[in-house]
Structure formats: C-alpha cells, structure tokens
Design a protein around this ligand. Structure first.
Ligand SMILES: [Zn+2]
Ligand SMILES: [Zn+2]
Length: 208
C-alpha cells in the first residue's frame, strides 16, 4: 500500500480530475498516480468494510454483518459520512483521505447508526442521534462522539485562480489550486496518442 505522503499527493491529483465546484470538469488525463489512488481507495474500502463487519459481529449484529458495505463517496459535500440502514451501506467522504485520523471515528459513527437501528425490535425509525445511537457509540468505543457529521474542515469553494492551457488545441483549464502533477489534455491525447498520456500535450500554466 502506498505511503501516506504518496496518497496525499495522489489525492490532490483528483482535484484536477474533478475540477472546482460549479465549473465543468475539464477533460484531463492524469499520470498513473491516479491509478495508484484508485487502487488505494478500493483497498481501504475493503479493509474498512472488514473492520465494520467484525465490529458488528462482536456486538451481536452478526445477522447483518455480512451485508455491510463500505464505499468512498466523492459526491458527499460537507458530510464526513452517511449510513443507509436499508442498504447496509456506509459512505465515507473521499476528502477524509486527507484526514486519515478521522476515518476510523467516522466509520464508527456511521456504524452506530446501523447498529442502533438493528437493535430495534420494531421497524420504528429511531432518532438519528438519539439515546439508541449514543449507546451504540459507547459500545463502539466512541462514547464522546458528537452528533455532527461534518468534515473537520470547511468546504473549499474558491474561484479558479490558475489557468492552464493545452499547447496544441489551446483549450483553457481553470483550476482552483496549482496543479502539482504533470497533466495533459485528454482530447489531444485521444486524438493523437490513442488516449495515452502524451508529454506533447502537457498543460502550461498561463501567468496569473
Ligand atoms: Zn450521524
Ligand atoms: Zn488539447
């Protein structure tokens, strides 16, 4: 598994892939670190899922433990995570990768929602952060858990400050942050290099 530093680095590159909020996603092709990041998310989701299932088993929820799935979700905005009891699905905000210390707690917070609902004999929906959830938190080792799901940092909504240009087709790619990786124009890589990364179409930063 790649080191944390590599991951932080790779993670920043996803910022390039999706672009700033509100802007149309630029079509870029990222050097293979993107693949490393994709592999990391798959591997960690499996690990977190295994951990979540073990925790449910150890707390008497064996019946639903094997149904539990954990996914990374890049569409969550400010919420650190989300739990869907019906689907037994925990979604973790992909931005948590930049805050690894928060991942375990978020997993347990969401597990507490699932565990608390499982413990209800009736189908009655319980209050999201009521006494049943608080008890589940205590059982999951996060007795002091707060009710908020928000990420430990504010959402970033900045206007793009950096404009990159493809030297071939002259298309502009506005970005909020400086692009730290070498990226190339996808349209040109597709047109002239079978869709593979090509150094000839690397974006150039225009002076800002
Ligand atoms: Zn919650
Ligand atoms: Zn181009």
């Amino acid at each position: 598994m790649p080191s944390l530093r590599q991951l932080e680095f790779a993670f920043r590159s996803t910022d390039i892939a999706v672009g700033p909020p509100g802007a149309s996603p630029g079509e870029l092709i990222i050097e293979p670190a993107g693949k490393m990041f994709a592999r990391y998310t798959v591997e960690t989701a499996v690990l977190l899922q295994t951990k979540g299932r073990q925790l449910l088993c150890s707390l008497g929820a064996k019946r639903i433990a094997t149904e539990l799935r954990v996914e990374w979700n890049s569409r969550l905005k400010t919420a650190a995570g989300r739990a869907d009891y019906r689907q037994k699905l925990i979604s973790l905000n992909l931005k948590l990768v930049e805050h690894p210390a928060e991942i375990d707690r978020t997993l347990r917070h969401e597990l507490a929602h699932i565990l608390a609902q499982f413990r209800q004999k009736s189908r009655r929906q319980i209050a999201p952060h009521g006494p049943e959830w608080q008890q589940a938190c205590r059982d999951l080792g996060i007795a002091d858990e707060k009710r908020c799901h928000t990420l430990p940092f504010p959402p970033k909504r900045y206007a793009p400050r950096f404009i990159y240009r493809c030297p071939n087709c002259r298309r502009d790619f506005p970005r909020v942050r400086k692009v730290r990786r070498t990226v190339a124009c996808l349209a040109c890589c597709r047109a002239h290099n079978c869709g593979e990364f090509d150094i000839r179409f690397c974006l150039k930063l225009l002076t800002v």
